[in-house]
Design a binder for this molecule. Structure first.
Ligand code: F1X
Length: 410
């Protein structure tokens, strides 16, 4: 039986204001008013939904574009962790207000729950369980660029174990740039290309890689939790990193946290992990060996998948349920991938960028590291002079995917 914290995001009084989508031109405003309607059109074009689903998608699109009034989730057959009753609890104080009046993180999570309801994902009908984002996920995974990325794994075989680990952490980090939602509205040229190591390190605002290896090497090989983000081209480097952790003995076991249902367009589900394993296994060279080792590791329990309901809740990790807290507490390291997980980890609020990462994660029960390319405004743990220099270039650096961080608390 899954339990859920019932707290509202950010429960202490001395916190910075929640990020909201109420300021035209800000990222949050653009996501709610522009990206979401665009995404709904993409979903409607991606699968041959019938008139009922299309009508529901159109209604949701109009609500978003017109900053409509938030209404409760209609009763459907969703499992308890995301049932309409659960949303009654989470929506307390938000229903009846406008999309821009409530915390951005809550509004996004609610949007994706409404989207799944609109396409019948939780219905009793024929669309139950059909991932509305599968067409774009499949296209991303089949892309030619993926062949080249997988072929690059061959070159890593010539490196030392430490060099290979360092390369895989960077590929996992920058693989986060591939997020589909991000691509939907990222203008050409804002998304930095995949460069060589100096470029990939030059744009790191925080580089705690040494702490990561320290956490992994202190003591006997233990449990590593990887809280995944996106499917497709981002998940493949994550799986290669998981393989390295097991193969090198840095981890005795890996718990891979994915989402129990489709979420935020590209967030990975169990089905996406299997698609990634098959993509690896079907590739030539080292990639196939990675796929085979991971398949075996799943079979013998060294690699286990977690798809906990909380992973799709509109809450900060500060409110994580006890069973999740216990699991993270027993890990030698928990790796959080991506922008959304970072926002939930530190709290999606307008913190001063110099706020210590350790302060914002003081509730977390074990050593952790965030691997994140910046796609949204929330940011902590960055030196004041670095912030001043980047802010002098304008606001876009915070969400263009051109900068990243490896922030650890061990
Ligand atoms: O977790 P990811 O996939 O890295 O980024 C997802 C995300 O943070 O990016 C968007 C802002 O650009 C938000 O709408 C969304 O929450």
């Amino acid at each position: 039986m899954e339990t859920h914290a019932t707290g509202q995001p950010g429960s202490t009084a001395d916190e910075a204001p929640s990020i909201r989508g109420d300021e035209p031109g800000t990222l949050a405003w653009r996501v709610l008013h522009e990206r979401h309607p665009k995404l709904l059109r993409q979903v409607a074009e991606g699968l041959p939904y019938g008139p009922e689903q299309r009508r529901a998608l159109d209604e949701l699109s109009s609500e978003c574009a017109d900053d409509g009034v938030l209404r409760p989730i209609e009763p459907d057959d969703a499992p308890d962790h995301t049932s309409w009753r659960r949303w009654e609890e989470w929506g307390r104080g938000h229903y009846g207000r406008r999309w821009t009046d409530v915390p951005f993180l809550w509004a996004e999570s609610y949007f994706y729950r409404r989207l799944l309801a609109a396409v019948g994902y939780f219905g009793p009908g024929p669309w139950r369980g059909v991932d509305p984002f599968e067409p774009v996920k499949r296209a991303e995974l089949a892309g030619e660029g993926v062949d080249a990325e997988l072929a690059a794994l061959d070159a890593l075989e010539d490196l030392s174990e430490d060099e290979r680990g360092a390369a895989l952490v960077l590929s996992s980090l920058w693989g986060n740039r591939a997020d589909l939602a991000f691509r939907v509205s990222a203008r050409q040229g804002e998304v930095a290309g995949v460069g060589d190591e100096p470029a990939l390190v030059r744009d790191l605002l925080v580089d705690d890689r040494d702490l990561v290896w320290k956490a992994l090497r202190d003591g006997a090989p233990g449990r590593v939790c990887l809280v995944a983000d996106n499917a497709g081209p981002e998940l493949l480097p994550d799986l290669a990193l998981v393989d390295h952790l097991l193969r090198s003995g840095l981890a005795a076991e890996v718990l891979l946290h994915v989402k129990p249902h489709p979420y935020f367009v590209s967030d990975a589900t169990t089905a996406d992990v299997l698609a990634g394993l098959r993509r690896l296994a079907a590739a030539p060279g080292a990639a196939a060996a990675v796929g085979a080792r991971l398949w075996e590791a799943m079979g013998d329990g060294r690699l286990r998948i977690r798809a906990h309901g909380f992973s799709c809740a509109p809450l900060a990790y500060r409110d994580m349920p006890e069973e999740m807290r216990v699991e993270f507490a027993g890990a030698s390291l928990t790796i959080f991938k991506g922008d959304l997980n970072y926002r939930r980890l530190v709290g999606d609020r307008a913190w001063p960028g110099t706020t210590p990462f350790a302060e914002r994660t003081d509730y977390f029960p074990g050593p952790l590291v965030a691997l994140r390319t910046l796609k949204s405004d929330v940011l902590v743990g960055v030196a004041g002079e670095t912030l001043a220099a980047l802010d002098a270039t304008g606001p876009r650096w915070r969400s263009a995917g051109t900068h990243a961080l490896i922030s650890a608390r061990v």
